[in-house]
Design a protein around this ligand. Structure first.
Ligand SMILES: [Ca+2]
Length: 527
């Protein structure tokens, strides 16, 4: 039952993108194209125009339904050295003349939904990145399979992008006017890989809550090693409520408005030590071990090489999509034969599932599915994961080719993301700015939006539905660089708060009058 619930949680998280707000904000569909004369939605017709190494496996007209307009759904594969990569391409009858590639979450192994892109008139594509998994946390496909790891890492997204763009041009008889990539989490990692390695693929790249690959799993391994060393460090969901309330009480007003949100975690230095239970007390307080655990999760770690493994920002730790889902678990880990704790498989939080899959099936030159990563040690083991780090980790901050090609990169990250720390994305953004020659030059092609109170890609108490694609269209097609995006918070499908999201380093400041639930009463201002 619990395993099913977690699978549902994972699916929800990975299928909802930040473009979920499209329906709220509305949009128009400029129809500029239709199927090219004589180009039928058939395998034979598409195969005749397919690029080298591309095989068309299916082509079917899908009638208009609730979620998407009439379109031609193409299923195909691209051959890579040692592997084949599946893709899907949906070609709407009424085309807006543009192309959109949708990223996938976790360890991929499944396709993204294309409905939202189709509804906006896009020719839309996605890939499972060259393998099929039983879930987004299933890493077993990678066992001793370097070609699949490379395709997951970056190559699969690139080759299917090239194939899908070519097929789109052939089908409509027109090259797409603009090509965009949109992804969150692993989709954000795919986005950064495209920006760094294949900068000619897209005019605009949207990277949400991006995974930075191998070192993120190492960071998680260290956190779990610390947790499993003592039952006193285990944080039950009720303890996260205690923590979350204390952080909010201490820090809410630091951003200028008591609205139940931590607007900028950097403005508040929160120390969990005063939460430690007085002798005899157990409720509404933390044990000494739990205080240590909280400090470990907030704190940075460093590799022997000097890389920082960022801790998580303070704020909004509790809730169904907070720390318990990703880090601490909803049920406690239990002692194993060796005396060290471990989660029962069905109870493992998502972050645990990822580090487990990575360490057993991807990390090393020769994989060992029985490897006990609870003994991973950085000095000794980091050199052994060098190859996979290069394959998976989008850490190159020199984006000159992207910049010179005129393409744009829009980064966003939930401040309260318990899966991937926003501090890592801020660090990467700052490095990109430096490599570009300063903020003014970087502003031409890269912007970062931090989202107060948003958990991983969606969820959390902060306004977390916003339309990055419209912002990107405006930037690429009209030259209007995004300074602000309006985000909505929904409860039971109803908007109950709107708030501007501001381009870093600006933050949303309350003007001093009017409802704090309405975006119009806030302005983006310097930090
Ligand atoms: Ca606040």
């Amino acid at each position: 039952m619990r395993a099913r619930q977690i699978r549902r949680d994972i699916r929800g998280i990975f299928s909802l993108g930040a473009i979920g707000a499209v329906g709220i904000l509305g949009c128009t569909l400029p129809v500029v194209g239709d199927a090219a004369p004589g180009m039928q939605c058939t395998v034979a017709a598409l195969q005749a125009k397919a690029p080298k190494d591309t095989t068309i496996a299916g082509a079917d007209v899908v009638a208009a339904a609730d979620k998407a307009p009439e379109h031609c759904l193409v299923k195909g594969t691209v051959a890579t050295p040692g592997n084949t990569v599946d893709f899907q391409l949906a070609l709407p009858k009424e085309w807006n003349g543009k192309f959109l590639f949708q990223g996938v979450g976790g360890f991929a192994g499944q396709m993204a939904r294309l409905d939202t892109s189709l509804t906006r008139g896009y020719a839309a594509a996605t890939t499972d990145t060259g393998h099929q998994g039983s879930s987004a946390t299933d890493g077993s496909w990678a066992l001793d399979n370097r070609p699949k790891e490379i395709d997951y890492g970056h190559r699969g997204t690139h080759v299917t992008t090239v194939a899908a763009k070519n097929l789109t041009a052939a089908y409509y008889g027109n090259v797409p006017r603009y090509a965009y990539f949109n992804g969150c989490s692993n989709g954000g990692r795919q986005a950064l890989m495209e920006a760094q390695r294949y900068p000619q693929d897209f005019n605009g790249i949207i990277a949400g809550d991006p995974s930075f690959g191998a070192l993120g799993y190492v960071r998680r391994a260290i956190t779990y090693e610390f947790m499993f060393a003592s039952p006193d460090r285990v944080l039950a969901p009720a303890k996260l409520e205690v923590l979350s309330k204390a952080v909010l009480a201490a820090c809410d007003k630091n951003d200028g408005v008591a609205d139940g949100l931590i607007g900028d975690p950097r403005l508040c230095k929160f120390d969990p030590a005063p939460l430690q239970c007085k002798p005899g007390a157990e409720e509404d307080c933390l044990t000494a071990g739990q205080v240590q655990m909280v400090k470990q999760i907030y704190g940075d770690a460093r590799t022997p090489q000097g890389d920082t493994l960022y801790g998580f920002p303070i704020g909004h730790e509790a809730g169904a999509t907070g720390w318990s889902l990703w880090i601490t678990g909803k049920a406690a880990p239990v002692p194993q034969a060796d005396g060290i704790l471990n989660f029962a498989a069905a109870d493992a939080p998502i972050g645990y599932r990822f580090v487990d899959g990575f360490m057993r099936y991807m990390a090393f030159e020769k994989d060992d599915p029985a490897y006990d990563w609870r003994h991973f040690e950085m000095t000794h083991d980091l050199p052994k994961i060098k190859t996979i780090t290069t394959i998976l980790s989008p850490t190159n901050a020199d984006l000159q080719p992207l910049q010179q090609g005129g393409s744009k990169l829009l980064l966003y990250h939930g401040w309260s993301d318990p899966a991937i720390s926003a501090y890592g994305t801020i660090d990467y953004y700052n490095k990109v700015v430096k490599a570009a020659g300063g903020k003014q030059k970087a502003d031409d092609f890269v912007r970062l939006f931090l989202v107060p109170g948003m958990h991983h890609c969606t969820g959390g108490p902060g306004p977390n539905a916003f339309d990055t694609l419209t912002a990107m269209e405006q930037w690429v097609e009209k030259g209007n660089a995004p300074q602000v995006m309006i985000a909505s918070h929904l409860t039971d499908g109803k908007v109950d708060r709107t708030r501007p999201l501001c381009a870093e380093p600006q933050v949303a400041r309350y003007v001093g009058s009017g409802s704090i639930d309405q975006a119009e009463n806030f302005r983006c201002a310097g930090p």
